[in-house]
Design a binder for this molecule. Structure first.
Ligand code: ADP
Ligand code: MG
Length: 390
C-alpha cells in the first residue's frame, strides 16, 4: 500500500478524503468530534510538508441529492478550532472551486460540501472523479470508514492522481492486519451484537485464525436454537439456524464458546430479571445478556489471551439491567496484557460507557469497513492504493 510518506507535497494542492460523517445537534453544532480529531494528524502532516492547499472531502449521512440538513457546514468551526487555522467552504460548482483553490495562498484549508450531494459520487462516475481530481495535484485517502465503498471520492479519484494512504488509514490497517496475520497466541475473538447474518462472514474468516471464538449477544440465541435449546421470545434469526448448526458441526467448532447461562426477562422494559442456565430458558421470556457464569468464563479467556478482537455487545447494554455482561467484558479487555482491538458502532459506545476505552490498544472506528476487513474481503479504497489482503 502506498503510504503518505512516499509522496511529495511541497507547493502542491492535496485532495484529502476524510471521514467527517459526524452527528449534529439541534443547535447546529457537532455533538461528537472524534472523527474530526482522528483526521488531524494527517492534516497537520500535510501542512507541515508544505502543501499549498488542502481540499478536504467527506460524505455525511445518506442524502439523496442536495440536502441542507446534511451539509458539512457545521464541521467548519470545530475543524478550524482543532486545527488552529482558518477553514473555508468551497463553492459547490467544481469549476469555480478549482479557481478558488488555484488562487489560494500557501497552506489554505478548504472543505468541499458533502460528496454525496454530487450526482455520480456513489456510482463512482469517472467524470465526477476527474472533476474532484482537477481540484488538486495529489490524493490522500484518510477515510478508513469509507474504504469499503468504491465511490468517486474514495476510489475513482485514486486512479487519476498520485495517491497514498493517510495516517489514520495506516493505523487502522496495521491494527487489523496485526490481529489477522500475526496474532500473538492465544488469540481470542469475542463476537456479539444483534445478528448472525451481519457477522457470519467474520466468524468464517476468524475461526481458522483464532484459538477461541466467544459468542454472545442476540447472535448466540440462534446458536442455542441450533443446539436444540429453548430460547423463548429471544431475538433469533430462524433463517440462520442452519448456518449456526453447520458452524457448530464444522471445522474449528471446538474453538466456539457459547453462553452457559443467560439473563432473561419477559420484556426489555421488565426489571424482573433472572439468571438461568441455557438449558432452562423459560418459553415466556427472552435472553437479554450473558449470565454471571458465562461472564466469568469469557472474562478469564480474554484476560489470559495475548491477542483479543471484540466486535458486538453481548447484551442489550442500552438498558442498565442488561449491561453488566458487556461492561465486565470491557473490563476484561482492559485488563488483558496482550494486544486488544475493539470495533463496531455500538461496541464503541458500550466501551465508552464502561469507562475502559483508554485501556484498549486500538479502537477501530471503521464500522462497515472494519467488519469487511475482518471478513478478509478486498476493500476497493485500499486496493486502489496497492493494498492486497493476505
Ligand atoms: P456493533 O455496532 O458493535 O457492530 P451490532 O450492531 O452488531 O454491534 O449490535 C449491537 C446491538 O445488539 C446493540 O444495540 C444491542 O442492544 C443488541 N443486542 C445485544 N444482545 C442482544 C440480545 N440478547 N437481544 C437483543 N439485542 C441484543
Ligand atoms: Mg451496530
Amino acid at each position: 500500500m502506498r503510504l503518505i510518506e512516499t509522496l511529495e507535497y511541497h507547493g502542491r494542492a492535496v485532495f484529502v478524503r476524510v471521514d467527517f460523517n459526524v452527528t449534529v445537534g439541534d443547535d447546529g453544532s457537532v455533538t461528537n468530534d472524534t472523527r474530526i480529531r482522528a483526521a488531524l494528524p494527517t492534516l497537520r502532516y500535510l501542512l507541515d510538508a508544505g502543501a499549498s492547499a488542502l481540499v478536504l472531502a467527506s460524505h455525511r449521512g445518506r442524502p439523496k441529492g442536495f440536502d441542507p440538513a446534511l451539509s458539512l457546514g457545521p464541521v467548519v468551526e470545530r475543524l478550524a478550532m482543532l486545527l488552529e487555522c482558518p477553514v473555508s467552504v468551497l463553492p459547490f460548482d467544481l469549476a469555480e472551486a478549482r479557481r478558488v483553490v488555484g488562487a489560494a495562498g500557501s497552506g489554505t484549508v478548504f472543505l468541499l460540501e458533502n460528496t454525496r450531494f454530487y450526482p455520480g459520487e456513489e456510482a463512482n462516475d469517472p467524470t465526477l472523479a476527474s472533476s474532484f481530481a482537477s481540484l488538486a495535484d495529489v490524493f490522500v485517502e484518510d477515510a478508513f470508514g469509507s474504504v469499503h465503498r468504491a465511490h468517486a471520492s474514495t476510489e475513482g479519484i485514486a486512479h487519476i492522481l498520485p495517491a497514498a494512504a493517510g495516517l489514520l488509514v495506516q493505523r487502522e490497517v496495521r491494527a487489523l492486519e496485526r490481529v489477522l496475520e500475526r496474532p500473538e497466541r492465544p488469540f481470542t475473538a469475542v463476537l456479539g451484537g444483534a445478528k448472525v447474518s451481519d457477522k457470519a462472514r467474520v466468524i468464517q474468516n476468524l475461526l481458522p485464525r483464532v484459538d477461541r471464538l466467544l459468542i454472545g449477544g442476540a447472535m448466540a440465541n440462534t446458536f442455542l436454537l441450533a443446539q436444540g435449546l429453548e430460547v423463548g421470545k429471544s431475538l433469533v434469526e430462524p433463517d440462520r439456524v442452519e448456518l449456526a448448526g453447520s458452524l457448530l458441526g464444522g471445522d474449528g467448532s471446538e474453538k466456539l464458546v457459547l453462553p452457559i447461562d443467560v439473563v432473561v426477562a419477559d420484556s426489555l422494559d421488565s426489571t424482573d430479571v433472572a439468571s438461568v442456565p441455557v438449558k432452562a430458558i423459560p418459553a415466556s421470556s427472552a435472553v437479554y445478556d450473558i449470565g454471571p457464569e458465562t461472564t466469568r468464563l469469557f472474562a478469564s479467556e480474554i484476560v489470559g489471551s495475548h491477542t483479543v478482537v471484540w466486535n458486538g455487545p453481548v447484551g442489550v447494554f442500552e438498558r442498565e439491567v442488561f449491561a453488566p455482561g458487556t461492561y465486565a467484558l470491557a473490563e476484561a479487555v482492559a485488563q488483558c496484557p496482550g494486544y486488544t482491538v475493539v470495533g463496531g458502532g455500538e461496541s464503541i459506545t458500550a466501551l465508552g460507557r464502561s469507562g475502559f476505552s483508554d485501556r484498549v490498544d486500538h479502537i477501530s472506528t471503521g464500522g462497515g469497513a472494519s467488519l469487511e476487513f475482518l471478513e478478509g474481503r478486498a476493500l476497493p479504497g485500499l486496493a486502489v492504493l496497492g493494498y492486497a489482503n493476505a
